[in-house]
Structure formats: C-alpha cells, structure tokens
Design a protein around this ligand. Sequence first.
Ligand SMILES: [Ca+2]
Length: 235
Amino acid sequence: MRYRHHAAAMVVLVVVLVLSAQMLFAQSAPRTYLPLIGNQIEVVRNGGFEVGPSAWEQFSRKGYPIITQLAAMPKRARSGTGFAWLGRDNDEIASLWQTIDLPNNTLVLRYWVRIESPDTNCSGAADIAGVLLDFAPDDLLVTLDAFPLCVSTATNGYVERLVDLTPYHGRRATLEFVGYTNESNPSSLLIDDIMIEASSSFNAEAAAPVEPYRQLLLERRHQFQAPTANPAPAR
Ligand SMILES: [Ca+2]
C-alpha cells in the first residue's frame, strides 16, 4: 500500500514537471529564435492575431474576414493559428488598423509577411501592399513600408520586415496595413507577429519604402477613405 502511494505520488510529480516544462517552453519558444535588437513593448495589441479580431479594425471590399483563424492549416500562420490575410481576390481593398501610442524611445516595427502571387506584373501598378501611419488630427499620412505583390516578390514562407518608427516617437497614430489587388491574377499577403520594439540604438536593418512603390501605394490609399471614416467591418 505504501509503495503504491509512493508510486502514485511519483507519477503525479513527473506529470507536474513535464507540464511545467511544456508551459515554460510554450511561453518562451516564440521569441527564442528572433535576432534580438531590442525589447518588445506592449504597443501593438493582439499583434499575433491569437485573440481573434480583438484590438483591430478591418475592412475588405469583397467582404472577407481579414483576421483569420485556421486551426486546420496551422502552417498558414507564422505562430499559433491566427494571422491576417489580405488580397486573395481580384479588385480587393483590404485594410487592417489600430490606434497606437508610441513611447519616447528609439522604436522599430517588426512584422512578418508571406506573399503568394501568380501575377507577373511587379511594377506596383497591379497588386501592392504596405504599412501606413495615419495622424488623423494633423491630416498626415506617412508610408512606412510599400512593396509589390507579384511572382518575383513571392516568399517561401514568412519573411521579416523592419521599419524605423523613431521619427514618430511620443505620438498617437493609427497603424494601418493595406493590400490592393487589380483585376487579374490575385495575390495574397499573409501577416503575422506584428510588434514594436524599443531599441537602444538606430537599427540599420530597418528599411524605408522605396519609390515608385511608396507613391503608388499612397495613390491607391487616397482613392480610399481614411479608415477611421469608413469603419465598415468585414464579415
Ligand atoms: Ca493581380
């Protein structure tokens, strides 16, 4: 009897140890393989889309849910099961945004994209996507990132993109991810793990949007109303 109690206690102890190790691993695993350039700070809420559409506003001209949970296809997400899915259809306008308060730091926006496209037109006039900062009260729209969605920019899995946010520190703005497609060969843009990090020094990796994509993205964006003025929810 004493032996059986002892054995049962050992089993419980082992189970507790294994579960503890699994929980520790689950909590630390998503960050361990990131090249560390700074400390992630809680500026973007639900940046991994694991809490459904929480914290984000979304718009799809074609009525698609931008924030997607595909537990049956976990590899569509970079981590977990949630991700944002822009494009995927012709003549689509897809937008995803939330208001953020940027602290007084040297700041880097880090996010991951996966581009799937059959479109050979890489001029930026066909399918294009990017990131904007909208300072609505000041009527200022800043293009943080802009890139065409086409065969030659298609990615094999998720790739990291970095943007320097330091010029906008200490300000409140709407952080907006947009994707536009034209009338043929629809591209998809998957986005996951959006985060803002405080860096102790300027991060030379962070890229600025290049022409003509910056201007082409802005032109498409101006054809569409400001997101805060058009909060039509997706399905
Ligand atoms: Ca297209």
